[in-house]
Ligand binder design. Structure first.
Ligand code: PLP
Length: 465
């Protein structure tokens, strides 16, 4: 089975988007750029329906879903019980700000927190707003001006989200908005400065945080805290070491800074623990929640914080109109019920082990695979080019394209990484089938060269498959 993508119906829809959307333009740009370089365009799909572990495109091609609505469908696509709960809430309340479900969800969610001290909750609509409100809470609580963020972190796409996020492209034209943000390096295992071991690099990053920033960037008394992802999600599913996370906690205690864990993507079971910080035995002062709480159906996000931080803070402002909608809270409540009923966090840990056992040998087996990493179902594979004239990312892109043509949908956007976010309740045989197809794609590209790039093995004009 191999799909020719995009199929005619999908292409028809994509072309309608060309004059309308940025995405439409991206498709067109991708196509033109690819043609100029003499190879096929990157594949894009438009979904016609979604159910459980699968999605279908407009041409009724079926795909195993490792993209997972950008990691928001912990119970699989369009779970009927979540839909029913959301529908009921719509019928009963329409939209109003005060309704009992916002109390019920906070009562159900807070006991799952990694530490009982995180006993107050504040609703937001999106992960972006939740991350922003965590920052505002930290600034107003400490009455300080600066926040430390990490390189390649992602905290959202609002103005503040952009300056908090560590991607270079988000800095451009944003310079005047960066005032209160201090950047610190996040220790990726693939970007270790020459001559340093992995452990030394972690030590360096912690030294920078502990000494360099307070000595030469801003007084420690004017720094409110540190926001960190305990698993660099959009930055490529990088898994930090225990030393790094525990080091941040130690430094925050020493300098009297707040530690904010952004668990929008890693939280609610993604890593095989309810909260990723549990792997590190660190206790954040503020925890940011999003994505999975929606049950894949209706947005719901927020922050949990200590009593003394969130209990009475008159300077902290929050509460957009749609924060904690009845439908969003209903989705969260039903989702947490499903977590309990099906032991979904344990299941995610089990599926994570299955995936890791399946994928780890790829590092040895395939020259183009530089690293396989995972924490539960937070999974990333990095690729390298065996050809010095070709960028690494052509290889991740080629593998991802072949996976797609063979019926598996995963993420590979700007990096040389393919990211996978299987649902926490994915059928094990579907997971294995998807990984098998991924391995076949890796093997193919490993043997034939990039099917997207101008690899010698694929001369101009040759369609890869
Ligand atoms: C760690 C993290 N924080 C915040 C966000 C922003 O969440 P949202 O897209 O729901 O606004 C994301 C989104 O990917 C994320 O991964």
């Amino acid at each position: 089975m191999s799909y020719k993508l995009p199929g005619p119906k999908t292409l028809g829809v994509l072309e309608r988007g060309i004059p309308l959307f940025r995405n439409g333009l991206r498709y067109e740009q991708d196509r033109q750029q690819a043609e100029q370089r003499g190879h096929r365009s990157g594949s894009q799909i438009v979904i016609s329906r979604a159910k459980g572990d699968f999605i279908w495109d407009m041409d009724d091609n079926r795909f195993i879903d490792f993209q997972n609505g950008w990691a928001t469908n912990p119970v699989g696509n369009a779970h009927p019980e979540v839909i029913e709960a959301v529908h009921k809430a719509h019928q009963q309340y329409g939209f109003h700000y005060d309704h009992p479900l916002r109390y019920e969800l906070a009562e159900k969610l807070l006991p799952t927190m990694p530490h009982p001290s995180l006993n107050r909750f504040n609703y937001e609509v999106s992960g972006t707003e939740a991350a922003e409100s965590a920052i505002h809470l930290a600034l107003t609580h400490t009455k300080r001006r600066y926040i430390i963020v990490f390189s390649s972190a992602f905290h959202g796409e609002s103005l503040a989200g952009k300056v908090l996020s560590g991607f270079q492209t988000r800095d451009t034209y944003m310079e005047a908005w960066n005032g209160g943000v201090i950047r610190a390096p996040y220790p990726y295992s693939e970007q270790i400065p020459a001559g340093m071991s992995r452990e030394q690099y972690v030590d360096y990053c912690l030294w920078y945080l502990e000494h360099q920033i307070p000595n030469s960037v801003a007084s420690k008394k004017n720094i409110a805290g540190v926001i960190v992802e305990p698993g660099l999600a959009e930055g490529g599913n990088w898994i930090p070491s225990v030393e790094f996370l525990q080091g941040i906690r130690r430094i925050c205690d020493k300098h009297d800074w707040l530690m904010i864990a952004d668990e929008v993507l890693t939280g609610l079971g993604r890593t095989g623990k309810m909260w990723a910080v549990e792997h590190y035995q660190v206790k954040p002062d503020i925890l940011v929640v999003g994505k999975n709480l929606s049950g894949g159906i209706e947005p719901c996000a927020g922050i949990a914080a200590r009593d003394d931080i969130l209990g009475a803070n008159n300077d902290f402002a929050s509460g957009s109109t749609f924060a904690g909608t009845p439908a969003g809270c209903a989705a969260g409540l039903k989702t947490l019920e499903l977590y309990e009923r099906y032991n979904l966090v344990e299941n995610a840990a089990y599926l994570g082990r299955v995936a890791s056992n399946f994928m780890t040998p790829w590092e040895e087996k395939y020259e183009i695979v530089s690293q396989v990493r995972s924490n539960g179902l937070l999974i990333g594979v990095n690729f390298r080019s065996p050809d010095p004239n070709m960028d690494d990312w052509w290889f991740s892109r080629s593998v991802r394209s072949r996976m797609l043509a063979n019926g598996v949908w995963a993420i590979s956007d700007r990096e040389n990484t393919i990211r996978l976010y299987p649902a926490l309740n994915m059928n094990e045989s579907v997971l294995r089938e998807g990984l098998q197809i991924m391995e076949e794609a890796i093997d193919y590209v490993n043997r034939h060269g990039s099917i997207e790039g101008n690899s010698p093995a694929w001369p101009t004009g040759v369609a890869g498959f």
